[in-house]
Design a protein around this ligand. Structure first.
Ligand SMILES: O=C(O)CCC(=O)C(=O)O
Length: 204
């Protein structure tokens, strides 16, 4: 990756604060992306995806070995430790970029989630993963909880890139009044693709 200069860094920071997302190209080395592709394909071939998470893709949680050692968990096909989780989370360039963008704290959850859906699978329902909307933390204008996404193949609208409505982490949108909670049984049960949870929306 070409190192971000101070203007680019500020742009990324402002985008993240304003829109709720930003894109930083080339953080992961090609060789690691290739390795992750082979690794995740192998895992996905072994795991059966529950119908209730058909819209989310898979729910495969890969833990760092340091977290797994502390947690009293039983290995399941979709919950297990792997040394690659540490490699993904500890990548020096990723840490550097997060620092340059001005993210504070930077305490990773020590978990990597593998997501995949078959081509032309159902769309993902609109949702917000952040759970602490009633905490004072939610009132800060800067991000306190972020996800880092890496696409392992070229991903466009037609094959599943993530949809966002810019700014809805800070400004009310009519979807906020009608959506069931993220990942709840209620939203997972929606089969009607004309439901607003799947509709095209822009900021009002
Ligand atoms: O499918 C994606 O790209 C994102 C999935 C997601 O947001 C979630 O499962 O919470």
């Amino acid at each position: 990756m070409k190192k971000l200069n101070s203007v680019e860094t500020l742009d990324k920071r402002n985008e993240l604060v304003e829109y709720g997302f930003t894109i930083v190209p080339e953080v992961r080395p090609e060789s690691l992306v290739h390795q992750l592709g082979i690794w995740s394909d192998d895992i996905l071939n072994r795991v059966t995806i529950d119908r209730k998470i058909r819209c989310q893709g898979s729910d495969i949680f890969v833990y760092t070995e340091r977290l797994w050692a502390e947690a009293d968990k039983a290995v399941k096909p979709n919950h297990f430790p792997d040394p690659l989780a540490e490699k993904i989370i500890d990548l020096p360039l990723q840490k550097e970029v997060c620092g340059l963008i001005g993210l504070e704290g930077r305490n990773p959850d020590e978990v990597v989630i593998i997501l995949s859906k078959t081509g032309c699978g159902p769309p993902l329902y609109w949702h917000q993963d952040f759970m602490k909307w009633n905490s004072p933390e939610a009132a800060t204008p800067w991000p306190t909880c972020i996800f880092l996404f890496y696409y392992l193949t070229d991903t466009i609208r037609q094959n599943g890139c993530l949809r966002v409505i810019p700014g809805t982490h800070r400004k009310r949108h009519r979807l906020h009044d009608i959506l069931p909670d993220a990942h709840s049984a209620e939203i997972q049960a929606i089969n009607d693709l004309s439901h607003p949870a799947f509709a095209d929306f822009q900021m009002p």
